[in-house]
Design a protein around this ligand. Structure first.
Ligand SMILES: Nc1ncnc2c1ncn2[C@@H]1O[C@H](COP(=O)(O)OP(=O)(O)OP(=O)(O)O)[C@@H](O)[C@H]1O
Ligand SMILES: [Mg+2]
Length: 388
């Protein structure tokens, strides 16, 4: 951008008169800054990536076809919105331009209002997109540590499902990192700037869980003294993490299924349903297939949730990850306490115990043991007895 904060627009048209008219209009009426070229090759030669917030390009030019020019500009700057000027009756070219990535097209002869409205739109879009790209860089990263084949498979799945809206079912014993995986998917998704809401379905009795998930209206039951928005709606445009889904009753399961099928929630006592756009990630430490067979879990809900299954094996089945995780938790502990500590402070006897133990509480237990050992450590060595 030049001229302070004014966005700069690139105008390319082989007719000098059009360049002049547009140039004057953009500068005087729209208070923009602009560069005009009647020679498309010159426009390309002097093109400066990041300088322009939008471009207006004539489609029919003797030296270089406008659509070709657009493609070349996009090679230099893929985020540049390009508006194409086409002849009034030439719909085929207009449609073609859109297919090739034009932001929009304007028919010649054009009116000032047309240019103003299409261009304002393009500039708005460009601004939003560049803000989003900036923000993307400072999203906190979720660190999923591990080099075992199992963890690499999980990381690969996370990468593939993150950009989509697919429902994901994360399974694994307690402490294996199910919530961490759910957060990683959310932060890797286009929903990252909206809410990540987690509800532990095992933590509420049925009637409370229903209100928690779907909300209620004032007076729906005795204690409903005011309206309550359900967490499904709080997570609108974001991600909803349904933890311990295996603990839900048949009644809740039926209602969840309906929300997943209709993308609508109906708060308890409400007469009308409301649209929600919420991505669902569910987790459980139970074997849901077994629960389905036993008749404890509805098979139709199971299939709805299990679109993409991600399984986290227990830590004892991926021992390669143990030293890495220990190193990671020690360095986090050192950072937090400002002390100069590393995995080198762990004695060989202590390592032997760490590597031989079965870790029934999985990664959470390992994290706690490391933190406790470093807190209790006397001198600069973790000994076998510090592991508790
Ligand atoms: N691969 C990993 N890398 C780094 N930290 C991990 C990893 N797996 C788990 N953790 C950490 O271990 C702890 C437990 O993870 P999390 O809460 O995601 O487990 P969970 O499967 O949801 O457990 P629960 O079933 O008990 O709720 C968290 O502090 C998490 O950050
Ligand atoms: Mg959890």
């Amino acid at each position: 951008m030049k001229d302070g904060l004014k966005p700069t627009v690139l105008v390319v048209d082989d007719e000098e008169s059009i360049c002049k008219v547009l140039g004057r209009f953009l500068k005087q009426q729209m208070r923009l800054s602009c560069d005009t070229f009647s020679d498309p090759e010159e426009a390309l030669r002097t093109f400066d990536r990041g300088r322009y917030s939008a471009a207006i390009v004539d489609v029919r030019m003797p030296e270089l076809d406008g659509l070709e020019l657009m493609t070349m500009l996009h090679k230099e700057d893929p985020h540049l919105p390009v508006i194409v000027l086409t002849a009034l009756d030439d719909w085929e070219t207009a449609v073609n331009a859109m297919r090739l990535g034009a932001f929009n097209f304007i028919n010649k002869p054009f009116s000032a209002e047309q240019v103003e409205s299409v261009l304002a739109h393009a500039l708005e879009q460009h601004k939003l997109n560049s803000e989003l790209r900036e923000k993307k860089a400072d999203v906190p990263n979720v660190h999923i540590i591990g080099k075992s084949a199992a963890i690499r498979r999980v990381l690969d799945l996370i990468k593939r499902v993150s950009p989509t809206d697919s429902t994901v079912l994360v399974t694994g014993e307690s402490g294996t990192g199910k919530e961490l995986v759910a957060r990683a998917i959310h932060l890797g998704s286009p929903r990252r700037h909206n809410a990540f809401v987690a509800v532990n379905c095992g933590a509420f009795p049925d009637s409370l869980l229903e209100s928690e998930l779907f909300g209620h209206v004032k007076g729906a039951f005795t204690s409903a003294v005011s309206d309550k928005t359900g967490m499904f709606e709080v997570a609108n445009k974001g991600t909803f993490f349904l933890d311990e889904i295996g603990e839900t009753s048949q009644m809740i399961q039926v209602k969840l299924l309906r929300v997943l099928e209709t993308h609508e929630v109906r708060p308890v006592g409400a007469t009308k349903a409301r649209k929600v756009d919420t991505r669902v990630i569910a987790a459980t430490n139970r074997n849901l297939e077994e629960e389905v067979e036993k008749g404890n879990f509805r098979y139709d809900l199971f299939y709805r949730l299990n679109v993409i299954p991600i399984h986290l094996p227990p830590l004892r089945e991926r021992r390669d990850d143990i030293p890495l995780l220990v190193g990671y938790f020690v360095s986090r502990y050192a950072e937090r306490t400002g002390r100069n500590l590393s995995a080198a402070n762990i004695s060989p006897e202590a390592w032997e115990i760490i590597e031989g133990y079965s870790w029934p509480g999985n990664v959470r237990e390992l994290e706690n043991v490391v933190n406790r050992a470093f807190t209790l450590m006397e001198g600069d060595r973790i000994k076998a007895e510090d592991l508790g």
